[in-house]
Write a protein that binds this ligand. Structure first.
Ligand code: NAP
Ligand code: ZN
Ligand code: ZN
Length: 346
């Protein structure tokens, strides 16, 4: 069993530290991926800090992974040694339930197996991408199009698909008005993808600090949510709002910005409950919805869409030793717009 270098959390409060990590032997349907880059998602921080409940330590997180296939199992047919590949938030699922059969493995009736902090088929706890290599079943490994810069592409594997899937599901395209709440890792991908789909895009950010960036990335309009006038001016405007905020927000205030039949999709995942006004939903047949990443086939579709439209995340490349500082900057909304770890520095 290969041992590789990684960065692991050892408790909910201590900084991440370098640690050896044992990967399983390559099985007949597995590929061994030498990781080149790994993105830092806010979910990594929620997980290691126990925001969503207790986890087992040590835990290696990271579910925005790209690299090269270095070894394939005897029965692997989908990937070859040398291929540029990616792994997102899932590494397996039951394969047989209606959701898996429909390509919606993220909603597997048995629960999908997450790339980290999940119980694997052998009973061990999965360990993620802040490491030099990973062994994954070939069906959960994506092809990374050649035209996409490998040093920037990793965040598409979570941030990209988490916005692409609801934008597709709620039929975003020409003639539709979309608002993205929060312009961090997820939000800035939402701006780029919704713009490429042809929608009229508005960013709702805490302040106007990111306005210039938002307009450059494809937004048509940019408003500060700290200004009460924003909520008056934009009342009843949007067909779809995607809330990416990692902290609780006043959902009812955002619901009022939806047109009749509009949908507010929550992808931000704060642990706290958020109250919703029934009257605000009823009066205009509005919907309040959620969405979890996307299926494997849809993730491939998203990567191909990004290659076709020349879409890449805005990234800041860091060394592994900077992870803890990067976490503090993500928590302070001071990331433009995704940290990516150079795996050569583990
Ligand atoms: P992020 O980079 O930290 O972005 C979150 C953004 O929300 C910030 O940049 C900031 O944008 C805004 N924000 C932060 N704190 C706020 C506050 N107190 N009030 C108002 N706005 C605030 O995080 P991320 O990686 O994009 O992840 C966002 C959330 O989505 C996390 O909860 C994560 O766990 C969750 N997530 C869900 C899925 C899914 O499948 N549903 C997948 C991945 C991640 P502005 O500066 O523009 O205001
Ligand atoms: Zn994520
Ligand atoms: Zn299933």
């Amino acid at each position: 069993m290969p041992t590789v270098k990684s960065y692991a959390a050892t408790s909910a409060t201590d900084p991440l530290v370098p640690a050896p990590l044992v990967r399983r032997d390559v099985g007949p349907h597995d590929v061994l991926i030498e990781i080149a880059y790994a993105g830092i998602c806010h979910s990594d921080i929620h997980t290691v800090r126990g925001d969503w409940g207790p986890i087992a330590y040590p835990q290696v997180v990271g579910h925005e992974i790209v690299g090269f296939v270095r070894e394939v199992g005897a029965e692997v047919t989908r990937h070859e040694v040398g291929d540029r590949v990616g792994v997102g938030c899932m590494v397996n699922s039951c394969r047989s339930c209606d959701q898996c059969q429909a390509g919606e493995e993220q909603y597997c009736r048995q629960g999908n197996i997450g790339t980290y902090a999940s119980k694997d088929v052998d009973g061990s706890i999965t360990q993620g991408g802040y490491s030099q290599a990973i062994v994954v079943n070939e069906d959960f490994v994506l092809r990374v199009p050649e035209s996409l810069d490998l040093a920037r592409v990793a965040p598409l594997l979570c941030a990209g698909i988490t916005l692409y899937s609801p934008l597709r599901h709620w039929n975003v395209g020409p003639g539709r008005k979309v608002a993205i709440v929060g312009m961090g890792g997820l939000g800035h991908m939402g701006v780029k993808i919704a713009h490429a789909m042809g929608a009229e895009v508005t960013v709702l950010s805490q302040s106007l600090r990111k306005q210039e960036d938002g307009l450059r990335l494809g937004a048509d309009h940019f408003h500060a949510t700290s200004d009460p006038a924003t909520f008056e001016q934009l009342a009843g405007q949007f067909d779809v709002i995607v809330n990416t905020v990692s902290a609780p927000v006043d959902i009812t205030a955002y619901l009022k910005l939806l047109d009749i039949d509009g949908t507010l999709v929550n992808v931000g995942a704060p642990p706290e409950a958020m109250p919703v006004s029934a009257g605000v939903l009823i009066g205009k047949r509005r919907s309040f919805a959620g969405s979890l990443i996307g299926g494997i086939a849809e993730t491939q579709e998203m990567l191909d869409f990004c290659a076709e439209h020349d879409i890449l995340p805005e990234t800041e490349l860091i060394e592994a030793s900077y992870i803890n500082e990067a976490y503090e900057r993500v928590l302070a909304s001071d990331v433009r717009y995704r940290f990516v770890i150079d795996a050569a520095t583990f």
